[in-house]
Design a protein around this ligand. Structure first.
Ligand code: DAH
Length: 348
């Protein structure tokens, strides 16, 4: 009997010692199986109690129960302690230092070309124009035929075209939007649209050429629209983009879809008109093509040219951006070099 009690005590001390060393829930579980499980020494001892004389059994039984409850309590305490420690660790790891300085995210901004296109479109929207967009994959008919450029017309050579099929192509200009707009609006007047978009030409890329670039087309159709309306509109436009003191001139030119046709020049932004390398000593810089809509184009799109007239213009925003900001190579606008883009960073 005393032996039994002694071995119970040493069992308890060993168990409590090991429990103190346990580091995690898994070790606790192993410990529980070993000391409180069905095959534990404690359970063995209870089973063997039957061998003892009847009067000794309750005495030993009480000892066994006591050890069991000590171990059970110790286990519960240890579980709680481990759990608390685990929580503590998690809280420490998840602590947010609200006084730490923030991490700045690099801020993007609109591409200078997008900026200038939006700026130009805005100028015309303020004058009551509607914005229109059309397909970059265009038909030969809209890109050429309906703009008074029949097959084998020499002016087609001016624009080397990417053909997709015999009748489909990548538009070489935004001018097909003139016809598309008139066909959509007919018979309403006035027609006042501004149509920005991408155009494509089979050019070798160099400082002044790109196989893809942008154009902004303008078209006004109504009764009694005159060349002076065109000039006044473009003058206002040029002064909005290049400064209120800009001087412009219209210089006669040729386009198949306008008659008469002209090109708009502004005073050289580099030398102010005295002559330099940039304006090739003329004092003027060409910025767009324009003219009175050709009667054949009007009639073809369903507006009787005896009653209606209109003007149209088309410009390249790349060229305008280059002149305005002194960018000398068009390719800079497509390389996305941050050193260039950052100079046009504008807080939106
Ligand atoms: N589409 C012409 C080009 O790409 C530019 C142009 C000239 C557009 C005269 C017009 C215009 O609307 O009237 O060269």
């Amino acid at each position: 009997m005393t032996d039994w009690i002694a071995s119970l005590q040493s069992l308890r001390d060993r168990a409590l010692g090991e429990l103190a060393d346990a580091q995690d829930m898994r070790q606790l579980d192993e410990w529980r199986v070993q000391y409180l499980g069905k095959k534990s020494d404690l359970t063995q001892i209870s089973r063997q109690m039957g061998q003892l004389p009847a009067e000794e059994r309750p005495v030993l039984g009480e000892h066994v129960n006591q050890v069991r409850s000590v171990l059970q309590d110790a286990l519960t305490k240890k579980q709680e302690a481990l759990h608390a420690a685990e929580l503590e660790r998690r809280f420490a790891a998840e602590t947010i230092d609200v006084t730490a300085p923030g991490r700045r995210k690099p801020r993007g901004s609109m591409h200078p070309l997008t900026q200038i296109i939006e700026e130009i479109v805005e100028i015309f929207v303020a004058m009551g124009y509607e914005v229109a967009e059309g397909p970059e994959v265009e038909t030969d008919e809209y890109n050429f035929e309906k703009l008074n450029l029949p097959k084998h017309h020499p002016a087609r050579d001016m624009q080397d075209t990417f053909y997709l099929t015999e009748s489909l192509l990548l538009r070489t200009q935004t001018s097909p939007m003139q016809v598309r707009t008139m066909e959509r609006m007919r018979p309403n007047v006035p027609v006042k649209v501004i149509a920005p978009g991408k155009v494509y030409r089979r050019d070798e890329d160099d400082a002044t050429h790109s196989h893809m670039f942008h154009q902004i087309e303008g078209l006004v159709v109504g009764e009694g629209i005159r060349m002076s309306d065109l000039k006044g509109t473009l003058e206002l436009f040029a002064r909005s983009v290049f400064g209120a003191d800009q001087t412009v001139r219209l210089r006669p030119s040729f386009f198949p879809f306008t008659e008469p046709s002209a090109e708009l020049d502004i005073r050289c932004t580099n030398c102010g008109g005295s002559g330099c390398r940039m304006c090739k000593d003329t004092g003027w810089l060409e910025i767009l093509g324009c003219g009175m809509v050709h009667p054949r184009v009007l009639d073809g799109a369903g507006y009787d040219s005896r009653r209606f007239s209109g003007f149209a213009f088309g410009m390249g925003p790349e060229r305008i951006a280059m002149l305005k900001y002194g960018i000398e190579d068009i390719r800079l606008l497509y390389q996305n070099d941050l050193r260039l883009l950052r100079q046009f960073h504008r807080v939106l």
